[in-house]
Write a protein that binds this ligand. Structure first.
Ligand code: EPU
Length: 328
């Protein structure tokens, strides 16, 4: 990645008064690591988000929009472009429709919806980061997936500069996947349709989900949540073809999905360390920065985990976390 010129930097500074130079991304990621962004700006409205993106386009510099910093791994060399934090946080509830800008924290949407007596999104209290990020990666946990409640997505399409309102069916949602991972867009907001329900019941569900997460996942540690996607298989023949297919829990066989955390655990990698990077003792799909860790060691650790799982099971795990600033 080529460094930015003085002219490009001056242009961005002129257009975006709040822009910061050399901002350490370790301050903005749940991994608590990552080198500096050459330019960094917080967009506190959807218009501001669009202005920031258009400024980067006009200056001819790379840009990256992130939300909560919960699902990204930023290189130790940082990002040689404009990092834009989506902090557009307007949200409103009208009957059973919840309209959010992309920078609203997903767990906040879950809580406010439950408080308003709406059900169907309680599970999302367990999803870190922003709703825009959740839409981008079709986030899910404890049986829920955001694709099941999204009515529309408001997004700026970079290929032709048009602002689109995509209905759910046009979003190509799949397991941790969406249209937005394949065609460059800036997600500006979304509308969810939930079920009218009962506040007490919704709050109970929400609290249960929080307790289950705390019991199973290392939430107090610095990590990007699940590092790898779970492994989906089509049918029994694919399962039989695996190098190792004994002791697979019945639930995973029925769901046709092997938990990456379980695979890591089975491979004996819980607690494995490399520098200040460690595979959680609690859940194999969480890679933790124990303090002062480097992105380079996370990459080395993920490579080691992938090789071990490939050798032992014949499965190639895929990253769920987005890598930023590596080799562009
Ligand atoms: N398991 C182990 N050892 C481990 C991890 C898991 O034996 O180290 C077992 C568990 O005991 C359980 C099974 O594997 O029987 C499944 O584990 P879990 O319920 O934790 O679900 P998961 O498939 O590993 C998924 C999501 C999580 C989400 C949880 C809870 C992915 C990649 N992960 O994990 O999402 O919170 O379900 O519903 O889809 C994330 O996306 O960042 C994330 C953490």
């Amino acid at each position: 990645m080529t460094p930015l010129s003085d002219e490009q930097i001056a242009f961005v500074q002129g257009a975006l008064p709040g822009v910061i130079l050399h901002e350490a991304m370790s301050k903005h990621t749940n991994f608590r690591l990552g080198g500096p962004a050459a330019l960094y700006v917080v967009a506190s409205s959807s218009d501001g988000l669009l202005t920031a993106v258009q400024t980067a386009l006009q200056a001819g510099i790379p840009f990256y929009v992130f939300g909560g910093g919960s699902n990204i791994l930023v290189s130790d060399d940082g990002y040689k472009g404009l990092m834009i934090q989506a902090a557009n946080r307007e949200m409103s509830i009208h009957e059973n429709r919840v309209k959010c800008e992309s920078g609203v924290i997903t767990a906040f949407v879950a809580r406010k919806s439950a408080e308003a007596g709406l059900s169907g999104f309680e599970w999302a209290v367990g999803v870190p980061g922003t709703i825009g990020g959740a839409v981008y990666g079709n986030a899910g946990c404890f049986g829920g997936e955001i694709k099941d409640v999204v009515a529309t997505v408001d997004a700026y399409r970079l290929s032709d500069g048009s602002r689109m309102e995509y209905p759910n069916a046009a979003c190509a949602f799949g397991y941790r996947d969406s249209l937005f991972k394949h065609e460059p867009h800036v997600i500006l907001g979304c509308t969810l349709t939930l079920q009218p329900g009962d506040t007490d019941a919704a709050m109970r569900t929400l609290n249960e989900i929080n307790a289950r997460r705390k019991a199973k996942q290392p939430l107090a540690e610095a990590s990007a949540g699940c590092m790898f996607k779970n492994f989906d298989f089509r049918d029994e023949s694919e399962l039989k073809a695996l190098r190792r297919n004994s002791d697979i829990p019945q639930g995973m066989i029925e769901a046709k999905r092997l938990s990456a955390g379980w695979l890591v655990d089975q491979a004996g990698l819980l607690g494995k360390t490399m520098g200040n990077i460690k595979v959680s003792d609690k859940h194999g799909n969480f890679i933790i920065n124990t303090g002062g860790g480097r992105a380079q060691d996370v990459v080395a650790m993920t490579s080691l985990v992938k090789m071990k799982i490939r050798d032992e099971f014949g499965i190639m795990l895929e990253d769920e976390v987005q890598l930023v600033g590596f080799g562009e």
